[in-house]
Ligand binder design. Structure first.
Ligand code: F6R
Length: 609
């Protein structure tokens, strides 16, 4: 939540900051601002609304100077307004701060500082940090930031500049992401690497409770006690082009189309048909540990939680290990039953979702070994887990998750097959059949994406409806929930995902001719039951769109419209079913007109509880 950037070098900072903010706008877009050191002081420009309104404001007179910081906001403390937009400054404008996170003791600090004469001009928690640093400042910004951070509770990534020390940017973090990009005579800061990938792929992921001093020549780091800290440099293998729209109208559509490639990348080096094996280096769980696991707890939020629902089905079916899934935000408050025989699987695209990271810590502290399934190298989830299975989806920019979801499914299928291999729970013929089917998935997703003109017609028919009900059975219950979430997020329409067998216990009351039902009816153990459920909806004047297999003719007699996906193993079908559901959401939203990549009230990475 909130994106922060910084630049120190010899180029004009303003265009670099704006470019970085564009790439981080997915993290929040309630307001934006920059501060540039211009030789005399700090020139702060801020504007409520999306980055475009700040850009318009800067068009004719951009601030000049080669050192600066920037921010794009997702409001927590204080409504979106010019006053609450970052950067925030101390009493005399000598110290300026951008912040991502939540300072939990800000009220107490604010009262104390106000009693000491500090004057506040915003409702934010961030402004407190600026004044607190001012209260510790006596000519050494690094020391003032260090002392201030020792007083802060909560989460923060802070990037700070001072008028009297124009040769440095000082950054600090706890629980909120902050990465330094290393250049030649210039350095970059960002909430994630997308902010500076265009300039450098050499990055340092900062630690919790660390202070980083960034100058043109390089960086130095210390902990909050002032002890020097050394960090390795990571080479990022994403390139800047991956974070561009590449000719698509929206990132979301581009990312939907990237799924075949992303799925292949996630399988690469892990699934080998020649060796008849799944190999998961990096997972860091020994064969003995896998044999001794007596339960798995999956921790995730939102779309990643839906991936965990499908993962539960797959792991229980193939490995016979009981799997519990939980919303990360719930897990920590219910004293979960977790011990050293529990494996925690944390699923998070960003690896920074605060609820998920806190759930990870809770499970770890109770003795569980933790494996992260994440898309972001060096993210908090990756760093704090015992092992990592990266999903190689590439940067996901659209707020509504698509390729991250299907690659999470792929990663969980690989874990299921790998554990089954080690535990010997599958006969070899069955294991081979499943490996072959998994291998085919990217190509099958490609087939759906090669031609979906029918789907666009279907979406155009339904975008004026009052809402959607998604129903499915078995593993595709995850698909129903994910399909409903996608449409809610980007078209703001009412949508619900339901187990088809539950319809008669309540939701069927909602059916009328303006409330469409999307029924996932691919080949499965429960196909006939799904047909029955579709009949029940039709009998109540409901309108049904079925997601069915390519050669299924039976479905034509049941549904009003049919969207086709190739046939695969039931366990793997959520990957293929996801594609038309994502496209439906996209084209329905397009018909209705909201900002598809940046839906209202949302942000991509949720770093608040
Ligand atoms: C929905 C969506 C969110 C995220 C959730 C978790 O399209 O993107 O529901 O899935 O906020 O985010 P990560 O996976 O980054 O932990």
């Amino acid at each position: 939540m909130c994106g922060i950037v910084g630049y120190i070098g010899r180029q004009q900072a303003c265009p670099i900051l704006i470019d970085g903010l564009k790439r981080l706008e997915y993290r929040g877009y309630d307001s934006a601002g920059i501060a540039v050191l211009d030789g005399d002081g700090i020139d702060v420009r801020r504007s409520v609304g999306k980055l475009a309104s700040l850009e318009r404001m800067l068009e004719n007179c951009p601030p000049t100077g080669c050192v600066g910081v920037g921010h794009t906001r997702w409001a927590t403390h204080g409504r979106p307004s010019d006053e609450n937009a970052h950067p925030h400054s101390d009493c005399n404008g000598g110290i300026t701060v951008v912040h991502n996170g939540i300072i939990e003791n800000y009220m107490e600090l604010k009262n104390r500082l106000a009693a000491g004469g500090h004057v506040f001009t915003s409702e934010t928690d961030t402004e407190v940090a600026a004044h607190l640093i001012e209260s510790h400042y006596s000519g050494d910004l690094t020391e003032a930031v260090r002392l201030a951070c020792r007083e802060l509770d909560g989460s923060f990534a802070l990037v700070v500049v001072a008028r009297d020390e124009p040769d440095r940017i000082v950054a600090a973090r706890r629980h909120s992401p902050l990465v330094i990009g290393l250049g030649d005579g210039e350095q970059f800061l960002g909430s994630d690497v997308a902010a500076f990938l265009k300039y450098t792929r050499r990055a340092i992921y900062t630690d919790d409770d660390s202070i980083t001093v960034v100058t043109r020549e390089g960086i130095s780091m210390m902990d909050l006690d002032g002890n020097a800290v050394e960090k390795d440099v990571s080479n990022i293998d994403w390139d800047a082009g991956m974070a561009e729209r590449g000719g698509y109208e929206h990132f979301m559509l581009k990312e939907i189309h990237e799924q075949p490639r992303a799925l292949r990348e996630t399988m690469r080096g892990r699934l080998s048909l020649e060796n008849d094996r799944v190999e998961l280096p990096g997972l860091n769980v020994t064969d003995d540990e896998i044999r001794n696991i007596d339960r798995i707890v999956m921790i995730a939020c939102g779309t990643a939680y839906h991936a965990s629902m499908a993962g539960k089905y797959a792991i229980e079916a193939l490995c016979r290990i009981p799997v519990e899934i939980d919303f990360a935000s719930e897990l920590r408050y219910r004293n979960p039953i977790v011990d050293e025989h529990t494996l925690g699987i944390v699923i998070s695209q960003s690896g920074e979702t605060l609820d998920t990271v806190v759930g990870l810590r809770e499970a770890k502290q109770k003795g569980a070994k933790i494996v992260a399934v994440t898309n972001v190298v060096g993210s908090m989830a990756a760093r704090e887990s015992d092992g990592v299975l990266y999903t190689y989806a590439g940067p996901e920019i659209a707020v509504a998750s698509t390729k991250a979801y299907t690659t999470q499914l792929m990663a969980l299928y690989l874990i299921a097959l790998y554990f089954a291999q080690v535990r010997g729970t599958l006969d070899e013929n069955c294991a081979r059949r499943l490996r072959d089917a998994l291998w085919e998935l990217p190509g099958q997703a490609e087939l759906i994406l090669n031609d979906y003109s029918d789907l666009i017609d279907v979406a155009q028919h339904y975008y004026c409806y009052n809402g959607f009900l998604y129903m499915a059975r078995g593993i595709n219950l995850a698909s129903a929930l994910e399909g409903a979430l996608k449409i809610k997020e980007i078209s703001y329409m009412h949508a619900e995902g339901y187990a088809a067998g539950e319809m008669k216990h309540g939701p069927i009351a909602m059916i009328d001719p303006t409330f469409a039902t999307v029924a996932v009816a691919v080949q499965s153990k429960t196909y006939d039951k799904m047909l029955g459920n579709i009949r029940e909806v039709k009998a109540r004047s409901g309108d049904v769109i079925a997601i069915a297999n390519t050669h299924d003719q039976v479905i034509n007699d049941y549904a009003d419209r049919v969207l086709r996906v190739p046939e695969t193993e039931e366990l793997f079908s959520p990957v293929l079913v996801a594609v038309p559901l994502q496209l439906m959401a996209y084209f329905v939203a397009k018909g209705r007109g909201p900002a598809i990549d940046q839906p209202r009230n949302l942000a991509k990475t949720v770093t608040v509880e």
